[in-house]
Design a protein around this ligand. Structure first.
Ligand SMILES: Cc1cc2nc3c(=O)[nH]c(=O)nc-3n(C[C@H](O)[C@H](O)[C@H](O)COP(=O)(O)OP(=O)(O)OC[C@H]3O[C@@H](n4cnc5c(N)ncnc54)[C@H](O)[C@@H]3O)c2cc1C
Length: 382
């Protein structure tokens, strides 16, 4: 078996690197830019090059390129800490969901706009009483003529205050068993009756929101796929959400800088520091292979399932170990917060450490993912 990249793939990687060397906006913190780096103008530049929706059919604004090309592109964007949040959810999971389940009209309306970097999405799944057990969700959509009327509340909605649209999961049939009465809608975030309130995280950043829906009118043509069959559509969307290489590269720029610091400051002479960094180096490569395996499955027309769960579990726990080792190496300097005038790496270590618990919760917790690996991967009884 030949594991090397083709000359075309190597050329594509070089092309992306040249673009990023030239076009990357200046930023102080380069970690987690797929969640915090909201730069629509940068997304539009990527869109102009055809680098959003890379795998989608050309008729909907895509480039019909391979999943491995997409992985090479996303790997380089994350390696550079590029601010890609404005298009990330649309490119990663909403576009594929519309491609798989949307009407022709929805494909023609939304996919080209996502591919040009013109619109942003948030994902409205979780509620206060429905996280891991998502099928317990209570946000309700009743019908009135050509409209769904939405009432309820979502929580932990990343980027709801910035997004143009929400991919919203609602209960359309309260009398059906809980998995069978759920539908998916695209909701314009400017609709009257929507209120997004900030939830500030431990790092002091506002990325999360709670979102209230008070008699929000949504045209019925915004239903994705079949009414009351939403649950079965969500599963594959979550597989896309879980399996990207961002799960192992959120802190990649910090990892590189810690290694450089260990070289420059002589810390690498300490065997403990050396062992810890070497261990992280090994784990990073393992996580990367998990992500390449998922891209390879997608390129064979297989939507990954337990493979995505394995990738996310291993990779997000790696991110936590990375933040932990970085703060051990930095000692007291590691506690200085971003913006502090003193200190090496300008507070990036403290930020990474404080943010790191989020990785194993967002997109499904490690416990839930281990259940998927056990049941679907190993065939253990549920
Ligand atoms: C930073 C961040 C961003 C997020 N962004 C979004 C977003 O954009 N959109 C969105 O809809 N949601 C988002 N979420 C929500 C996320 O999907 C949920 O937090 C997650 O699914 C867990 O749900 P919960 O928080 O309600 O915890 P719970 O489901 O209440 O779980 C609490 C604990 O119990 C464990 N547990 C629960 N059930 C089981 C079980 N059956 N077996 C074993 N252990 C179990 C869990 O693993 C966890 O440790 C985000 C979360 C975070 C932290």
């Amino acid at each position: 078996m030949d594991f090397s990249f083709t000359p075309e793939q190597e050329r594509f990687r070089e092309e992306v690197r040249h673009f990023l060397d030239r076009e990357l906006p200046q930023q102080e913190v380069t970690e987690d830019r797929w969640l915090f780096g909201f730069f629509p103008q940068f997304s539009r530049k990527l869109g102009e090059r055809g680098w959003i929706g890379l795998t989608w059919p050309k008729e909907y604004g895509g480039q019909a390129r391979s999943y491995l090309d997409r992985l090479i592109l996303t790997e380089e964007l994350l390696r550079y800490g590029a601010p890609v949040f404005a298009h990330w959810f649309g490119d990663r999971q909403i576009g594929p969901a519309i491609l798989a389940h949307g009407t022709e009209e929805q494909k023609r309306e939304f996919l080209p706009q996502i591919a040009k970097g013109e619109i942003s999405f948030c994902v409205g799944m979780s509620e206060t009483e429905a996280g891991s057990d998502l099928a317990s969700l209570q946000t309700k959509a009743s019908t009135e003529g050509d409209w769904f009327i939405i009432n309820g509340q979502k929580v932990w909605t990343t980027g709801a205050h910035l997004a143009h649209f929400c991919y919203l999961v609602v209960r359309t049939d309260p009398s059906a068993p809980k998995h069978r009465g759920i539908s998916e809608l695209i909701v314009d975030m400017k609709s009257p009756g929507i209120t997004a309130r900030p939830l500030v995280d431990m790092t002091g950043a506002h990325e999360l929101n709670e979102v209230f829906f008070d008699n929000v009118h949504v045209p019925k043509k915004m239903l994705i796929g079949q009414e009351n069959r939403g649950w079965y559509q969500i599963a594959s969307q979550l597989d896309y959400e879980r399996s990207g290489i961002e799960r192992v590269m959120s802190n990649y720029p910090l990892f590189v800088d810690i290694i450089n610091l260990a070289k420059e400051e002589g810390l690498g002479k300490d065997p403990l520091v050396r062992y810890k960094l070497a261990q992280l180096g090994i784990e990073f490569e393992v996580g990367r292979l998990f992500c390449y395996r998922v891209a390879w499955l997608l390129s064979q027309g297989i939507v990954p399932n337990y493979e995505a769960a394995m990738a996310k579990t291993f990779c997000t726990e790696f991110e936590q170990r990375l933040a932990n080792v970085a703060s051990q190496i930095m000692g007291l300097y590691g506690q200085l917060m971003p913006g502090s005038k003193m200190g090496l790496l300008k507070g990036r270590v403290a930020r990474a450490y404080l943010y790191s618990p989020a990785y194993t919760m967002q997109g499904g917790t490690s416990e839930i993912l281990r259940n998927i690996v056990g049941i679907r991967g190993l065939g253990l009884p549920s």
